[in-house]
Ligand binder design. Structure first.
Ligand code: PAN
Ligand code: ZN
Length: 197
């Protein structure tokens, strides 16, 4: 690996672009269909050939290795599936490590929970910094009708565990209600789509 040198990137707080970036990512509804509560709405959209981009992002050129601090922007588009707002897949870090989020534009909500059932939420807005302690799974939700843009930095050896969140879900869901949002307890864990009968 080349010896890393100090560098800087430019951030566009409105669009979330990070220049220069090394990788970008895009998640469509079909990449995270199981995450949404209203599976009839998911099936309706996908069978009609609609597969909206839920979020995109850009990664700075930082090694995913111990001692480094990778950082990335995420842009969650505005929208709902049924009445549930567009959101990230969410994950645990494989190694229980912390993360810092900084709001850049738009308005969102972070849903966080531990493996033993504690849950918290925090509004993510421009100038807010949200600290995710070690051991807390995290998902970000866009609760406005404009893109939600934020920066996140995490230890390079954190690793991302999406599978346990796909299997067990988050205990709270964020729905559109009266021009704002409502935090609801999840009816049941997300369906066990990997499990047999
Ligand atoms: C964030 C997330 C990013 C996309 O940078 O990776 O917002 O969300 P998902 O990874 O859940 O798809 C972060 O928490 N990194 O650790
Ligand atoms: Zn994370």
């Amino acid at each position: 690996m080349r010896a890393p040198r100090p560098f800087r990137v430019m951030l566009d707080f409105d669009t979330g672009s990070l220049t220069p970036y090394t990788d970008s990512f895009e998640r469509r509804l079909s990449d995270m269909a199981v995450a949404y509560e209203d599976q009839d709405a998911v099936a309706g959209l996908l069978s009609a050939g609609q597969d909206p981009v839920i979020y995109t992002g850009y990664d700075a050129d930082v090694p995913h290795a111990a001692d480094h601090l990778p950082f990335r922007t995420t842009i969650i588009n505005p929208g709902v599936i049924g009445s549930e707002f567009f959101m990230t897949k969410g994950h645990h870090h494989r190694r229980d490590t912390a993360e810092i989020y900084v709001g850049m534009s738009g308005s969102g909500l972070m849903i966080m929970q531990t493996r033993d059932g504690h849950a918290r939420s925090a509004e993510l807005v421009p100038s807010a910094a949200v600290y995710v302690p070690p051991g807390w799974a995290h998902r970000t939700v866009n609760v406005a009708d404009t893109p939600l843009v934020f920066l996140a930095a995490y230890p390079g050896d954190a690793g991302h565990d999406y599978e346990s969140v796909e299997r067990l879900g988050f205990s709270r869901r964020v729905h559109r209600r009266d021009g704002g949002y409502e935090l609801r307890p999840a009816a049941a864990p997300d369906r066990e789509f990997r499990a047999g009968p």
